[in-house]
Design a protein around this ligand. Structure first.
Ligand code: ADP
Ligand code: MG
Length: 401
Protein backbone atom coordinates (compact mmCIF):
# COMPACT_ATOMS: atom_id res chain seq x y z
CA UNK A 1 0.00 0.00 0.00
CA UNK A 2 1.31 3.47 -0.87
CA UNK A 3 2.42 5.54 2.14
CA UNK A 4 0.32 8.55 3.17
CA UNK A 5 3.28 10.75 2.26
CA UNK A 6 3.28 9.29 -1.26
CA UNK A 7 -0.48 9.72 -1.60
CA UNK A 8 -0.33 13.32 -0.39
CA UNK A 9 2.59 14.12 -2.71
CA UNK A 10 0.59 12.84 -5.69
CA UNK A 11 -2.52 14.78 -4.65
CA UNK A 12 -0.47 17.98 -4.27
CA UNK A 13 1.06 17.51 -7.72
CA UNK A 14 -2.39 16.93 -9.27
CA UNK A 15 -3.72 20.09 -7.66
CA UNK A 16 -0.82 22.49 -8.10
CA UNK A 17 1.25 20.93 -10.91
CA UNK A 18 4.49 20.67 -8.89
CA UNK A 19 5.63 18.47 -6.01
CA UNK A 20 5.39 19.78 -2.43
CA UNK A 21 8.32 21.34 -0.61
CA UNK A 22 7.27 19.88 2.75
CA UNK A 23 4.57 17.71 4.36
CA UNK A 24 3.41 18.10 7.98
CA UNK A 25 1.50 15.40 9.82
CA UNK A 26 -0.78 16.16 12.80
CA UNK A 27 -2.72 13.33 14.48
CA UNK A 28 -6.33 13.09 15.58
CA UNK A 29 -6.96 11.86 19.10
CA UNK A 30 -9.22 9.73 21.17
CA UNK A 31 -9.84 10.89 24.69
CA UNK A 32 -9.75 7.95 27.10
CA UNK A 33 -11.26 9.80 30.04
CA UNK A 34 -11.70 13.36 31.31
CA UNK A 35 -14.55 14.51 29.05
CA UNK A 36 -15.75 18.13 29.13
CA UNK A 37 -13.18 18.93 31.82
CA UNK A 38 -10.54 20.82 29.84
CA UNK A 39 -12.32 24.17 29.56
CA UNK A 40 -12.72 24.27 33.33
CA UNK A 41 -8.96 23.63 33.63
CA UNK A 42 -9.20 20.06 34.90
CA UNK A 43 -7.56 16.75 33.99
CA UNK A 44 -7.77 14.79 30.74
CA UNK A 45 -6.19 11.60 29.40
CA UNK A 46 -6.19 11.44 25.59
CA UNK A 47 -4.03 9.49 23.14
CA UNK A 48 -2.91 10.81 19.77
CA UNK A 49 -3.90 8.23 17.14
CA UNK A 50 -2.60 7.02 13.80
CA UNK A 51 -5.36 8.82 11.86
CA UNK A 52 -3.99 12.23 10.92
CA UNK A 53 -4.22 15.38 8.85
CA UNK A 54 -1.44 15.98 6.32
CA UNK A 55 -0.66 19.47 5.08
CA UNK A 56 1.58 19.52 2.00
CA UNK A 57 3.00 22.92 1.05
CA UNK A 58 5.20 24.88 -1.32
CA UNK A 59 6.16 28.53 -1.20
CA UNK A 60 5.13 30.44 -4.33
CA UNK A 61 5.47 33.87 -5.89
CA UNK A 62 1.72 34.24 -6.63
CA UNK A 63 1.17 36.63 -3.72
CA UNK A 64 -1.65 34.38 -2.44
CA UNK A 65 -2.13 31.80 0.27
CA UNK A 66 -4.04 29.08 -1.58
CA UNK A 67 -5.42 26.14 0.38
CA UNK A 68 -7.15 23.07 -1.05
CA UNK A 69 -8.94 20.48 1.11
CA UNK A 70 -9.38 17.02 -0.38
CA UNK A 71 -12.19 16.34 2.14
CA UNK A 72 -14.30 19.18 0.74
CA UNK A 73 -12.87 19.23 -2.81
CA UNK A 74 -12.64 23.01 -2.45
CA UNK A 75 -9.93 25.63 -2.69
CA UNK A 76 -9.77 29.00 -0.95
CA UNK A 77 -7.30 31.82 -1.59
CA UNK A 78 -6.40 35.02 0.25
CA UNK A 79 -3.83 37.74 -0.59
CA UNK A 80 -0.82 36.83 1.59
CA UNK A 81 -0.35 40.44 2.70
CA UNK A 82 -3.90 40.72 4.05
CA UNK A 83 -4.09 37.65 6.29
CA UNK A 84 -3.93 39.55 9.58
CA UNK A 85 -7.28 41.20 8.80
CA UNK A 86 -9.31 38.11 7.83
CA UNK A 87 -12.73 37.50 9.38
CA UNK A 88 -14.81 34.34 9.73
CA UNK A 89 -16.52 32.89 6.63
CA UNK A 90 -18.46 30.34 8.73
CA UNK A 91 -17.09 27.32 6.91
CA UNK A 92 -14.15 24.89 6.99
CA UNK A 93 -11.66 27.50 5.83
CA UNK A 94 -12.11 29.32 9.17
CA UNK A 95 -9.78 26.75 10.74
CA UNK A 96 -7.13 27.70 8.19
CA UNK A 97 -7.70 31.46 8.20
CA UNK A 98 -7.86 31.51 12.01
CA UNK A 99 -4.46 29.86 12.26
CA UNK A 100 -3.01 32.30 9.71
CA UNK A 101 -4.38 35.24 11.72
CA UNK A 102 -2.93 33.86 14.96
CA UNK A 103 0.47 33.23 13.38
CA UNK A 104 0.56 36.80 12.05
CA UNK A 105 -0.41 38.06 15.49
CA UNK A 106 2.43 36.04 17.05
CA UNK A 107 4.91 37.67 14.65
CA UNK A 108 5.21 34.84 12.11
CA UNK A 109 4.53 36.43 8.75
CA UNK A 110 2.75 33.92 6.49
CA UNK A 111 4.30 33.81 3.01
CA UNK A 112 2.68 33.33 -0.37
CA UNK A 113 2.12 29.56 -0.45
CA UNK A 114 0.11 26.64 -1.88
CA UNK A 115 -1.17 24.13 0.67
CA UNK A 116 -3.07 20.86 0.22
CA UNK A 117 -4.83 19.29 3.20
CA UNK A 118 -5.56 15.60 3.19
CA UNK A 119 -6.95 14.05 6.36
CA UNK A 120 -7.74 10.50 7.41
CA UNK A 121 -9.49 11.74 10.57
CA UNK A 122 -13.28 11.62 10.07
CA UNK A 123 -14.74 15.12 10.48
CA UNK A 124 -17.16 15.88 13.28
CA UNK A 125 -16.82 12.40 14.81
CA UNK A 126 -15.20 13.38 18.11
CA UNK A 127 -11.70 12.34 17.02
CA UNK A 128 -10.59 15.94 16.65
CA UNK A 129 -10.21 16.48 12.96
CA UNK A 130 -10.32 20.20 13.76
CA UNK A 131 -7.17 20.28 15.92
CA UNK A 132 -5.37 17.97 13.47
CA UNK A 133 -6.24 20.46 10.71
CA UNK A 134 -5.18 23.51 12.76
CA UNK A 135 -1.82 22.07 13.84
CA UNK A 136 -0.90 20.65 10.42
CA UNK A 137 -1.79 23.98 8.81
CA UNK A 138 0.20 25.94 11.40
CA UNK A 139 3.30 23.82 10.70
CA UNK A 140 2.79 24.21 6.95
CA UNK A 141 2.43 28.00 7.17
CA UNK A 142 5.54 28.13 9.36
CA UNK A 143 7.37 26.35 6.51
CA UNK A 144 10.12 24.95 8.72
CA UNK A 145 10.43 27.91 11.10
CA UNK A 146 10.81 26.84 14.73
CA UNK A 147 7.99 27.38 17.22
CA UNK A 148 7.64 26.52 20.90
CA UNK A 149 5.28 23.50 21.10
CA UNK A 150 3.12 24.97 23.88
CA UNK A 151 2.81 28.24 21.93
CA UNK A 152 1.77 26.18 18.88
CA UNK A 153 -1.01 24.39 20.82
CA UNK A 154 -2.16 27.68 22.34
CA UNK A 155 -2.39 29.54 19.07
CA UNK A 156 -4.30 26.70 17.37
CA UNK A 157 -6.76 26.72 20.26
CA UNK A 158 -7.10 30.50 19.97
CA UNK A 159 -7.91 30.07 16.27
CA UNK A 160 -10.70 27.62 17.14
CA UNK A 161 -12.01 29.79 20.01
CA UNK A 162 -11.90 33.19 18.35
CA UNK A 163 -12.25 32.40 14.68
CA UNK A 164 -14.28 29.22 14.39
CA UNK A 165 -16.32 30.31 17.43
CA UNK A 166 -15.88 27.09 19.45
CA UNK A 167 -15.09 27.78 23.12
CA UNK A 168 -13.09 24.53 23.41
CA UNK A 169 -10.38 23.81 25.97
CA UNK A 170 -6.73 23.05 25.21
CA UNK A 171 -6.88 19.22 25.18
CA UNK A 172 -7.18 18.54 21.45
CA UNK A 173 -4.45 20.88 20.28
CA UNK A 174 -2.17 19.90 23.17
CA UNK A 175 -2.28 16.14 22.60
CA UNK A 176 -2.01 16.70 18.86
CA UNK A 177 1.37 18.30 19.54
CA UNK A 178 2.54 16.24 22.54
CA UNK A 179 1.18 12.75 21.72
CA UNK A 180 3.52 9.79 22.21
CA UNK A 181 3.72 6.27 20.87
CA UNK A 182 2.73 3.65 23.45
CA UNK A 183 1.30 6.05 26.04
CA UNK A 184 -1.70 8.15 26.90
CA UNK A 185 -0.96 11.74 27.93
CA UNK A 186 -2.30 12.98 31.25
CA UNK A 187 -2.70 16.73 30.98
CA UNK A 188 -3.35 19.23 33.73
CA UNK A 189 -5.25 21.81 31.70
CA UNK A 190 -4.37 24.62 34.11
CA UNK A 191 -0.61 24.25 34.56
CA UNK A 192 -0.23 22.37 31.25
CA UNK A 193 1.98 19.88 33.08
CA UNK A 194 1.72 16.62 31.20
CA UNK A 195 2.93 13.13 31.73
CA UNK A 196 2.92 9.96 29.61
CA UNK A 197 0.81 7.21 31.18
CA UNK A 198 1.67 3.71 30.01
CA UNK A 199 -1.32 1.55 29.09
CA UNK A 200 -1.40 -2.13 30.03
CA UNK A 201 0.13 -4.39 27.35
CA UNK A 202 -3.02 -6.49 27.22
CA UNK A 203 -5.34 -3.59 26.37
CA UNK A 204 -6.70 -2.73 22.94
CA UNK A 205 -8.55 0.50 22.19
CA UNK A 206 -11.02 0.98 19.38
CA UNK A 207 -13.52 3.68 18.51
CA UNK A 208 -16.95 3.05 17.00
CA UNK A 209 -18.39 5.88 14.91
CA UNK A 210 -22.19 6.18 15.13
CA UNK A 211 -22.01 8.13 11.84
CA UNK A 212 -24.46 10.65 13.28
CA UNK A 213 -23.85 14.24 14.32
CA UNK A 214 -26.86 15.87 15.92
CA UNK A 215 -27.42 19.55 15.22
CA UNK A 216 -27.62 20.37 18.92
CA UNK A 217 -23.87 19.78 19.35
CA UNK A 218 -22.35 23.25 18.88
CA UNK A 219 -24.99 25.23 20.74
CA UNK A 220 -25.11 22.74 23.62
CA UNK A 221 -21.31 22.93 23.94
CA UNK A 222 -21.50 26.71 24.37
CA UNK A 223 -24.37 26.23 26.80
CA UNK A 224 -22.29 23.81 28.93
CA UNK A 225 -19.40 26.27 29.05
CA UNK A 226 -21.84 28.92 30.27
CA UNK A 227 -23.41 26.58 32.84
CA UNK A 228 -19.98 25.72 34.23
CA UNK A 229 -19.37 29.46 34.66
CA UNK A 230 -22.62 29.72 36.58
CA UNK A 231 -21.65 26.79 38.83
CA UNK A 232 -18.30 28.43 39.51
CA UNK A 233 -19.95 31.70 40.52
CA UNK A 234 -22.21 29.87 43.00
CA UNK A 235 -19.33 27.84 44.44
CA UNK A 236 -17.02 30.88 44.62
CA UNK A 237 -19.41 32.72 46.92
CA UNK A 238 -19.03 30.02 49.54
CA UNK A 239 -15.52 28.81 48.71
CA UNK A 240 -13.33 31.76 47.63
CA UNK A 241 -10.43 29.34 47.05
CA UNK A 242 -12.33 27.81 44.11
CA UNK A 243 -11.01 29.66 41.05
CA UNK A 244 -12.19 27.14 38.48
CA UNK A 245 -14.41 24.04 38.69
CA UNK A 246 -11.19 22.08 38.81
CA UNK A 247 -10.66 23.33 42.39
CA UNK A 248 -14.07 22.07 43.52
CA UNK A 249 -15.01 18.67 44.94
CA UNK A 250 -18.31 16.81 44.62
CA UNK A 251 -18.88 17.49 48.34
CA UNK A 252 -18.59 21.25 47.75
CA UNK A 253 -21.09 20.96 44.90
CA UNK A 254 -23.53 19.15 47.21
CA UNK A 255 -23.05 21.87 49.83
CA UNK A 256 -23.95 24.57 47.31
CA UNK A 257 -26.76 22.67 45.62
CA UNK A 258 -29.45 25.07 46.81
CA UNK A 259 -27.56 28.03 45.32
CA UNK A 260 -27.72 26.61 41.77
CA UNK A 261 -30.43 25.74 39.29
CA UNK A 262 -30.84 21.94 38.96
CA UNK A 263 -29.11 21.72 35.55
CA UNK A 264 -26.11 23.75 36.78
CA UNK A 265 -25.77 21.51 39.84
CA UNK A 266 -25.73 18.42 37.60
CA UNK A 267 -23.08 19.89 35.28
CA UNK A 268 -20.81 20.69 38.23
CA UNK A 269 -21.32 17.21 39.64
CA UNK A 270 -20.15 15.69 36.35
CA UNK A 271 -17.02 17.85 36.21
CA UNK A 272 -15.90 17.17 39.78
CA UNK A 273 -16.61 13.43 39.43
CA UNK A 274 -14.89 13.23 36.05
CA UNK A 275 -11.70 14.92 37.30
CA UNK A 276 -11.56 12.35 40.08
CA UNK A 277 -12.11 9.53 37.58
CA UNK A 278 -9.11 10.66 35.52
CA UNK A 279 -6.83 10.31 38.56
CA UNK A 280 -8.34 6.92 39.42
CA UNK A 281 -8.03 5.73 35.81
CA UNK A 282 -4.34 6.67 35.71
CA UNK A 283 -3.75 4.70 38.91
CA UNK A 284 -5.64 1.71 37.53
CA UNK A 285 -3.71 1.87 34.24
CA UNK A 286 -0.36 1.96 36.04
CA UNK A 287 -1.50 -1.05 38.10
CA UNK A 288 -2.69 -2.89 34.96
CA UNK A 289 -6.19 -3.13 36.45
CA UNK A 290 -8.27 -3.39 33.29
CA UNK A 291 -11.50 -4.23 35.11
CA UNK A 292 -11.25 -0.99 37.07
CA UNK A 293 -10.38 0.99 33.95
CA UNK A 294 -13.44 -0.45 32.22
CA UNK A 295 -15.65 0.34 35.18
CA UNK A 296 -14.45 3.97 35.08
CA UNK A 297 -15.30 4.15 31.36
CA UNK A 298 -18.89 3.13 32.12
CA UNK A 299 -19.09 5.53 35.07
CA UNK A 300 -17.84 8.38 32.88
CA UNK A 301 -20.47 7.61 30.25
CA UNK A 302 -23.27 7.44 32.80
CA UNK A 303 -22.26 10.87 34.11
CA UNK A 304 -21.98 12.40 30.61
CA UNK A 305 -25.40 11.00 29.69
CA UNK A 306 -27.23 11.59 32.97
CA UNK A 307 -25.63 14.69 34.51
CA UNK A 308 -23.92 16.51 31.67
CA UNK A 309 -26.57 15.53 29.12
CA UNK A 310 -24.30 15.44 26.07
CA UNK A 311 -24.91 11.88 24.90
CA UNK A 312 -27.55 10.68 22.43
CA UNK A 313 -29.54 7.54 21.75
CA UNK A 314 -27.02 6.03 19.33
CA UNK A 315 -24.08 6.49 21.72
CA UNK A 316 -26.07 5.08 24.64
CA UNK A 317 -27.03 2.08 22.52
CA UNK A 318 -23.39 1.28 21.66
CA UNK A 319 -22.30 1.63 25.30
CA UNK A 320 -25.14 -0.63 26.50
CA UNK A 321 -24.29 -3.22 23.84
CA UNK A 322 -20.64 -3.13 24.92
CA UNK A 323 -21.71 -4.34 28.37
CA UNK A 324 -23.00 -7.59 26.91
CA UNK A 325 -20.16 -8.03 24.40
CA UNK A 326 -17.49 -10.48 25.44
CA UNK A 327 -13.92 -9.12 25.60
CA UNK A 328 -14.89 -5.47 26.27
CA UNK A 329 -13.84 -4.03 29.65
CA UNK A 330 -15.63 -0.73 29.23
CA UNK A 331 -17.03 1.80 26.78
CA UNK A 332 -18.01 5.46 26.80
CA UNK A 333 -18.76 8.30 24.43
CA UNK A 334 -15.66 10.31 23.52
CA UNK A 335 -15.39 13.90 22.32
CA UNK A 336 -18.02 16.61 22.60
CA UNK A 337 -20.99 14.22 22.23
CA UNK A 338 -24.40 14.36 20.46
CA UNK A 339 -23.06 11.78 18.03
CA UNK A 340 -19.58 10.82 16.95
CA UNK A 341 -17.72 7.93 18.53
CA UNK A 342 -17.61 5.65 21.53
CA UNK A 343 -14.22 4.51 22.80
CA UNK A 344 -13.90 0.88 23.86
CA UNK A 345 -11.31 -0.82 26.03
CA UNK A 346 -10.98 -4.47 25.03
CA UNK A 347 -8.87 -7.60 25.21
CA UNK A 348 -6.53 -7.56 22.19
CA UNK A 349 -7.47 -11.11 21.16
CA UNK A 350 -11.22 -10.32 21.21
CA UNK A 351 -11.25 -6.72 19.99
CA UNK A 352 -11.99 -7.58 16.37
CA UNK A 353 -14.87 -9.92 17.17
CA UNK A 354 -16.23 -7.45 19.73
CA UNK A 355 -16.18 -4.64 17.16
CA UNK A 356 -17.91 -6.85 14.61
CA UNK A 357 -20.66 -7.72 17.09
CA UNK A 358 -21.23 -4.05 17.96
CA UNK A 359 -21.37 -3.20 14.26
CA UNK A 360 -23.91 -5.95 13.58
CA UNK A 361 -26.12 -4.90 16.49
CA UNK A 362 -25.94 -1.24 15.44
CA UNK A 363 -26.83 -2.11 11.85
CA UNK A 364 -29.83 -4.14 13.04
CA UNK A 365 -31.04 -1.29 15.21
CA UNK A 366 -30.35 1.80 13.05
CA UNK A 367 -30.00 0.37 9.54
CA UNK A 368 -26.60 1.90 8.97
CA UNK A 369 -23.02 0.71 9.25
CA UNK A 370 -20.91 2.23 11.99
CA UNK A 371 -17.19 2.66 11.28
CA UNK A 372 -14.61 1.11 13.54
CA UNK A 373 -11.13 2.52 14.09
CA UNK A 374 -8.40 0.65 15.90
CA UNK A 375 -6.62 3.30 17.96
CA UNK A 376 -2.89 2.99 18.58
CA UNK A 377 -1.16 5.69 20.63
CA UNK A 378 0.99 7.62 18.18
CA UNK A 379 3.40 10.51 18.07
CA UNK A 380 2.44 14.15 18.04
CA UNK A 381 2.66 16.49 15.06
CA UNK A 382 5.85 16.65 13.03
CA UNK A 383 7.37 17.19 9.62
CA UNK A 384 7.31 13.97 7.57
CA UNK A 385 8.85 15.21 4.34
CA UNK A 386 11.17 18.04 3.43
CA UNK A 387 12.64 18.67 0.02
CA UNK A 388 16.32 19.43 0.01
CA UNK A 389 16.38 23.15 0.73
CA UNK A 390 17.16 25.44 -2.25
CA UNK A 391 20.11 26.95 -0.35
CA UNK A 392 21.72 23.52 0.13
CA UNK A 393 20.98 22.73 -3.51
CA UNK A 394 22.72 25.91 -4.63
CA UNK A 395 25.85 25.16 -2.61
CA UNK A 396 25.92 21.65 -4.00
CA UNK A 397 25.61 22.72 -7.64
CA UNK A 398 28.22 25.50 -7.31
CA UNK A 399 30.65 23.01 -5.74
CA UNK A 400 30.13 20.48 -8.49
CA UNK A 401 30.91 23.03 -11.20
P1 ADP B 1 -14.01 17.07 15.26
O1 ADP B 1 -12.88 17.94 15.63
O2 ADP B 1 -14.47 16.22 16.38
O3 ADP B 1 -13.78 16.25 14.04
P2 ADP B 1 -15.29 19.62 14.86
O4 ADP B 1 -16.69 20.01 14.66
O5 ADP B 1 -14.54 20.20 16.00
O6 ADP B 1 -15.26 18.01 14.92
O7 ADP B 1 -14.46 19.96 13.57
C1 ADP B 1 -14.89 19.52 12.30
C2 ADP B 1 -14.72 20.64 11.30
O8 ADP B 1 -13.31 20.90 11.07
C3 ADP B 1 -15.25 20.30 9.92
O9 ADP B 1 -16.63 20.56 9.84
C4 ADP B 1 -14.45 21.24 9.04
O10 ADP B 1 -14.97 22.56 9.09
C5 ADP B 1 -13.09 21.24 9.72
N1 ADP B 1 -12.22 20.22 9.12
C6 ADP B 1 -11.74 19.11 9.72
N2 ADP B 1 -10.96 18.40 8.86
C7 ADP B 1 -10.97 19.07 7.69
C8 ADP B 1 -10.36 18.86 6.40
N3 ADP B 1 -9.60 17.80 6.14
N4 ADP B 1 -10.57 19.79 5.45
C9 ADP B 1 -11.32 20.87 5.70
N5 ADP B 1 -11.91 21.13 6.87
C10 ADP B 1 -11.77 20.24 7.86
MG1 MG C 1 -12.93 19.49 17.07
Amino acid sequence: MASQTGIVTDLFRQQFGVPPEGIERAPGRVNLIGEHTDYTLGFVLPIAIQLAAYAAWRRTTSGYLRVYSTSFGQQRAWPAGELAGLTSAHEWSDYVAGVAVELERAGYSVPSMDVLIHSTVPTGAGLSSSAALEISIALALLGGRVIDPVALARLARAAENDFAGMPCGIMDQFVCVFGQENAAIQIDCRSLEHEPVPLPQDAAIFAVNTMVKHELGQSAYRERVRECGEALAALGTRYPEVHSLRDATSEMVEECRAAMPANVYLRALHVTGENRRVIEFVEASRAGDLQRMGHLFYASHASLAGSYEVSCEELDFLVEEARSTSGIYGARMTGGGFGGCTVNLARPDSAEAAGARLAARYRQRYGRDPRIYTCRPSNGARNVFREQSPAAGTIKSSQSE
